[in-house]
Structures are given as C-alpha cells and as structure tokens.
Design a protein around this ligand. Structure first.
Ligand code: MLT
Length: 261
C-alpha cells in the first residue's frame, strides 16, 4: 500500500518490515526518504511506516494556508486506521516531533512508545514567529535554492558527510513552495506542548545531536526531565539531522526504546 487515501487526502507511505508498527514523521521541509537508514536497520523488529505528510514528498498538494500540527496528527491517525488497531511506536524528528506531541495529546491511547528526535516541546518565541514570516517572504523573493543554502549550515553539523548534505539538499529543493509556506505558518502557530510531556506514560526516547543548533541539547534535557520514562541520547558528531548524520547511533537508541515497549 504505497498510498493511504481518506477524507480527500492521499498520503504516500514508505513501508518496510513486519511486526508491531513504528510510524516515522519527518521534519521540515523534508520527506519520508530521511528515514531510509532507520527503515533498513529496524525492519527486522518493526513494520516501519514512514509517511510523507500532506504537502510533502509524493503526498497530496496543499495551498499555503497554515498546516497545523493537529491536522498533520489527524492525518497520521487516518493512516493508522488503515494499517493497525494496535498501539504504535511514534518517532518524530523536529517538526515531526511537534506533530508527534500533538498526536500524543490527541490520541494518547494509540501510542506504545514515543521517540522525540532533535525537537522541542515549547512554542515559538515572538522572535521565532517573526523569523517564520521572514523566511516565507525570502522564499518567495529569492527562491527555494537560497533557502536550501541558508538552511544547510544550520541543520547539519560541521562533520556531516557529503551524502547527508546531498540528501538534505534534495529534500529541501524538492519541497513545493506552498508546502514550505504552509508548514512555516503551522509551526509559527503551534501551541506550547510542555504540559503534554507530563501526561505521557509510555517509554520514551529523547535523542539529540550534540551540535544541534536549531533545537539544542538543553531542550532535550528539559524534555527528558519532564517525561516519566525517558532515556536521553546525545549523538556525538551530529547537528540537527541526527537520523541522516549519525544513523547507527539513532538506530541503536530506537532499538533500545523498542526493547522497553
Ligand atoms: C525541522 O527540522 O523540522 C525544523 O527545523 C523545525 C523548526 O524550524 O522549528
């Protein structure tokens, strides 16, 4: 089933393996290919499902209106309705982590475990919100390649391999303009979900690149402290994109999480 279709939405899904379902939620402005190393390594123990969120990758197009984290979480519930009645492992990177926390708040009974990777629970500051609008304006004025160039240095650590750089570049440069604008609006408007952390009562992994400058390790330390059953992993030699920069370390942390389910 390469696509899940419901409520006039068509979501592309990348599946590998068998067993209990683990759902992978990509970051901004990326797509499901960011999880290829995790799908390859974890398909022995999980039916891994990496979704292209609406507007991204090969999924349905969007208009540029704010793409709310709650809407994206509802879409994932729609996918799960088609694939599993059991609880699932939810794995989200950065914006995918914002969606994962929205999912955990709205659908707590569907979560078997939670992995929050290079992400944070808080809302954008006033400065951060203004930065979202400035980025949307720059995108339209200067184009996607300019945005990709600006993001490359911020998202990847200084030791990122040429293949990690190439993967990131392809994802950003293939993301539609209206999706970028919509996701920027949705992230700008997302609420503070710090309080949700205290309601999560399943095993949790909090994973962060030690050189992550977008959501630095201090954010992950705070999340791990607020969660009741969290293991914090700080990934050496990685920036904000730890699943593609240091896949082995992230895969080990996820295997450890799945062993605690
Ligand atoms: C991401 O990687 O998904 C974004 O950098 C998250 C953000 O901009 O807040």
């Amino acid at each position: 089933m390469p696509y899940a279709e419901f409520d006039e939405v068509r979501l592309h899904i990348r599946q590998q393996g068998s067993g209990p379902v683990a759902l992978f939620i990509h970051g901004f402005p990326l797509d499901s290919t960011m999880w290829i190393d995790q799908l390859n390594a974890l398909s022995d123990v999980r039916r891994c499902i990496a979704v292209d969120l609406r507007g991204f990758g090969r999924s349905s197009a969007v208009t540029g209106a704010p793409l709310l984290m709650e809407t994206l979480a509802d879409d994932l519930a729609g996918v799960l309705d088609l694939v599993s009645e059991e609880q699932v492992d939810i794995v989200g990177l950065s914006m995918g982590g914002y969606v994962a926390l929205a999912f955990a708040e709205i659908y707590p009974k569907r979560v078997r475990s939670l992995a929050l990777i290079d992400t944070k629970a808080g809302a954008d500051s006033a400065e951060g919100k203004a930065g979202r609008d400035a980025m949307a304006e720059r995108l339209v004025a200067d184009g996607r390649v300019a945005i990709a160039e600006a993001m490359q240095a911020g998202l990847l650590g200084p030791d990122a391999s040429i293949s990690a750089q190439a993967r990131l570049r392809s994802m950003v440069e293939n993301c539609p303009y209206e999706t970028i604008v919509g996701a920027l609006g949705g992230m700008r408007d997302r609420p503070d979900r710090t309080a949700v952390l205290g309601t999560v009562n399943v095993p949790t992994a909090v994973i962060v690149g030690e050189q992550d400058s977008v959501t630095p390790p201090s954010e992950s330390e705070a999340m791990a402290a607020a969660l009741s059953d969290a293991v914090l992993t700080v990934v050496a030699g990685s920036g904000h994109m730890s699943p593609i920069e240091q896949p082995a370390a992230v895969n080990n942390a996820l295997l450890e999480l799945f062993s605690r389910d």
